[in-house]
Ligand binder design. Structure first.
Ligand code: MG
Length: 300
């Protein structure tokens, strides 16, 4: 009999920390301030929850529909902008500067989620959610390149290259602990009959992706954001809560959440608290593990 690791802290329970969002996404822990920052995409603002006081505040409003975010090797926040169709960086003084705005002369669709590799390369997904006609998560528009790719931005040149081109609506993404594998969620099936809705895994070699294959599908709903812990387990969003899978795609654990989960991240003082952005609210549950990426875990 296989014994499952105890992934939740003794007595752990799901706590609702904040609510009142339209579509909560893009969480990242900021260790310097002890705050959890996230996007309220449809209400076009960025919020922060303060672990010291338990208070939630608006970090910024009118932010051009930011979505997923992470931290780079220097601890600076890197975030996706649906509205400006770019990936951008937040400087220590709060200024927001573009990191990448074009590929082969055209614009991106609406960058959705982002990770930074240990070599400093920025990897991000580019589905169309920010340019759809409804305009709820950005500005209606056309796709310049007619697809939805995953891109890697070369740190030395700042030039983007398409690394995954066989997905329909690539969304959340994360590396395995040694960065030999890239996991990417496709959320196309949520809106398009018969389209894929699952996580694919690619071998990463020399900044390129090879041998893509389907790994798992988190049902009900689909994986949107995901993170990988130090043991290589994949912590996935879904419509019913957080679901944890091993590297072979076997489900280890489900944490029910009363709202559809969009994304999650590890944080807190020791990096073992799991923060969950779920539709209108921010939740937390204490785990026994941490993010695989040291910069997510301890920052800087
Ligand atoms: Mg997403």
């Amino acid at each position: 009999m296989r014994v499952l690791p105890d992934l939740l802290a003794p007595g752990a329970r799901l706590e609702k920390l904040a609510t009142g969002c339209g579509w909560a996404e893009g969480p990242v822990w900021i260790p310097e301030t002890g705050r959890l920052r996230w996007s309220d995409v449809t209400r076009d603002r960025i919020l922060e929850w303060d672990a010291g006081t338990g208070a939630t505040s608006e970090y910024a409003v009118g932010v051009e529909f930011t979505n997923g975010r992470t931290r780079d090797l220097e601890g600076r926040v890197v975030q996706c902008s649906h509205g400006l169709r770019r990936v951008e960086r937040v400087e220590p003084d709060g200024a927001v500067i573009p990191l990448v705005e074009s590929w082969e002369g055209g614009r991106f669709n609406s960058p959705n989620d982002v990770v930074v590799a240990s070599d400093g390369a920025v990897w991000f997904t580019d589905p169309p959610y920010g340019i759809l006609p409804a305009g709820l998560e950005g500005h209606p528009g056309e796709s310049d390149y007619g697809g939805c790719h995953v891109f890697r931005v070369e740190p030395a040149t700042g030039i983007a290259r398409a690394v995954v081109t066989d997905m329909v609506r690539p969304n959340g993404l994360a590396f395995s602990p040694d960065e030999s594998l890239l996991y990417v969620a496709d959320t196309a099936g949520l809106d398009i009959e018969g389209a894929p809705a699952g996580v694919r895994v690619y071998r990463v070699e020399g900044g390129a992706c090879r041998d893509g294959r389907d790994l798992f599908a988190a049902r009900p709903g689909a994986t949107d954001g995901l993170r990988v812990d130090v043991e290589g387990r994949i912590w996935s969003s879904s419509a019913s809560g957080v679901q944890v899978f091993d590297a072979d795609g076997a489900r280890l654990l489900e944490i029910p959440v009363p709202e559809t989960v969009a994304n999650l991240c590890f944080g807190g003082d020791d990096g073992t608290e799991l923060f969950v952005t779920a539709t209108t609210s921010l939740y937390r549950i204490r785990t026994t593990t941490t993010d695989s990426a040291a910069r997510e875990r301890i920052g800087g």
